[in-house]
Design a protein. Sequence first.
Length: 90
Amino acid sequence: MTSHSPEARKNVVNRLRRASGQLTAVITAVETGAPCREVVTQLAAVRSALDKAGFVIISTAMKDCLADPDETADDGTTAEQLEKLFLMLA
């Protein structure tokens, strides 16, 4: 995510921190014997936060790629590879 705007980077970091906090809540819930519903709800929140972070990363890279489709991303990722990464999250 080296070439992305500071705003996009901040958005991703915030989403990942949220996921980290939610994962901590899942661990605590399991350790304390919380009801299954609570654990699964927290797991779903973690998954959603991680998915959103991944989509922001990939969509930002795709926008960069669309701006100049003949070039690869700074890290060498091609448009075809970005598509495969996107599908991994779908």
